[in-house]
Design a protein around this ligand. Structure first.
Ligand SMILES: [Cu+2]
Length: 435
């Protein structure tokens, strides 16, 4: 029987103290010898440190890499002090259902699971996580594209919820790829990302992976080290125990799969005279007129082409579609609710990191090869645009809004150097019919 990973809010005192006991044994090993591969610091370094790992981001190895990282770490926990720790598993943090505990589950405030510097101010959760798991049925769209794909890279789970949670919601060490796994919340956060993938696999009948023979960096000396080795959780001796809340959340049917054919693709007409990137950097937004798509249009996307992945911080773009005579309102929840069509979160790429002097940073340029340098992302605007075709509604405007991640502890932060990294090639409207 595979071992169960459980919701951290459901663990009794014995279970949580066994987990902490195992973690502390790994920590003590690193204190004895920082290079001990069975110690916490080395394990965190597999994610954080370009010279030991690091993690994979922005491709179809992302989910398998993190599954492997957690799985080997969990085995170390189990071997830490058996029989006491023999059945320890990483508890997951269900951040879809935060209402029971406020911002973070109470367990993460215990001294051994706490990390100073997290963002404690109230922060919205990403709105679309469940929708991605339930509605996106294409593996690459969900989990990422092969590294050799010419234009696409991040999957939706990573580019949306994952990239938003790290720097916007959790903050602290989790705000940067080069320090993330130092915070013990990392394991539980990624266990939930992994649960969402496992649930997606179940719903979609375990589609075969793309890049099955790709090696997972950092694990090459292990018997299992390829993408195909990390598909089925029960082969890795664990599975997830779902709460009633999760059963309820996932207990809805799959939408019908539709094939689409591109009808037209046009650059959007700007409502500004500056060059696009100058406009974005100067005003922190850009507005465009949305044309009426061809009458047969069933689905429409706004596509941001070649959006640069920032190297010195994290930010997001929020997108809104609103009538021209209803001006954009910054920071207005009603406006956001009524006209928001989505967001894209860009998590700082690994690479140079001058603000952290710890072991995760060797202080010079290491190539951010595991993060793509740019990505192409889309927002579904069908509901709004198909509305104009049929109802002759008033002219519509697309507003893109730049929002920098807060400082690690949640303090508002305007970073002029990050603004200089805002860069995209074009904004397009794509119209599709079902084929
Ligand atoms: Cu992560």
């Amino acid at each position: 029987m595979a071992k169960k990973r459980r919701d951290i809010n459901d663990l009794d005192e014995n279970h949580i103290s066994d987990y902490i006991h195992a973690l502390n044994i790994l920590r003590a090993r690193s204190e004895q010898n920082p290079d001990d591969e069975a110690g916490y610091d080395f394990q965190a370094g597999l994610h954080n440190d370009p010279f030991i790992g690091p993690c994979e981001h922005g491709n179809d190895l992302f989910l398998a890499w993190h599954r492997s990282h957690l799985n080997y770490f969990e085995k170390l926990l189990q071997e830490a002090d058996p029989p006491r720790t023999a059945n320890v598993t990483i508890p997951y943090w269900d951040w879809l259902h935060p209402e029971t505990n406020g911002k973070f589950p109470a367990a993460f405030a215990r001294p051994d699971l706490f990390m100073p510097g997290r963002n404690d101010s109230p922060t919205e959760l990403p709105p679309d996580t469940l929708q991605i798991v339930i509605e996106e049925m294409d593996w690459n769209e969900f989990g990422g594209f092969p590294k050799e794909h010419p234009t696409r890279n991040y999957g939706k789970l990573e580019l949306g919820p994952h990239n938003y949670m790290h720097p916007f919601y959790i903050g602290g060490r989790m705000a940067r790829p080069s320090t993330a796994a130092e915070d013990p919340i990392y394991w539980s956060f990624h266990a939930f990302i992994d649960l969402l993938w496992a649930e997606w696999q179940r719903r979609n009948n375990m589609p075969p992976p793309t890049s099955p023979d790709a090696d997972l960096r950092g694990f090459l000396t292990k018997p299992r080290h390829k993408v195909s080795d990390f598909q089925k959780t029960t082969d890795l001796d664990y599975e997830y125990e779902y709460t009633d809340k999760l059963n309820q959340a996932f207990g809805v049917g799959q939408p019908e799969h539709v094939r689409r054919e591109l009808l037209t693709e046009d650059s959007l007409r700007p409502l500004f005279s500056d060059e696009l990137n100058s406009e974005l950097r100067r005003t922190l937004r850009a507005q465009f007129t949305l044309p009426s798509p061809p009458a047969a249009t069933e689905t429409a996307y706004v596509r941001l082409q070649d959006l640069k992945v920032p190297t010195i911080g994290s930010y997001m773009f929020r997108a809104y579609v609103h009538p021209k005579d209803e001006p954009f309102k910054n920071d207005n929840p009603d406006f956001q609710h009524q006209y928001g069509v989505g967001y894209v979160a860009l998590w700082k790429s690994h690479g140079t990191d001058n603000t952290h002097g710890g072991h995760g940073d060797h202080g010079h340029d290491s190539p951010p090869a595991h993060h793509p340098s740019s990505c192409t992302v889309g927002f579904d605007v069908s509901r709004q645009l198909v509305g104009i075709i049929h109802e002759n509604a008033s002219e519509l405007v697309l507003t893109l809004q730049y929002i920098p991640a807060p400082g690690p502890a949640g303090e508002p932060q305007s970073n002029p150097d990050l603004v200089k990294e805002v860069q995209l090639a074009d904004v397009l409207l794509e119209a599709y019919i079902q084929s």
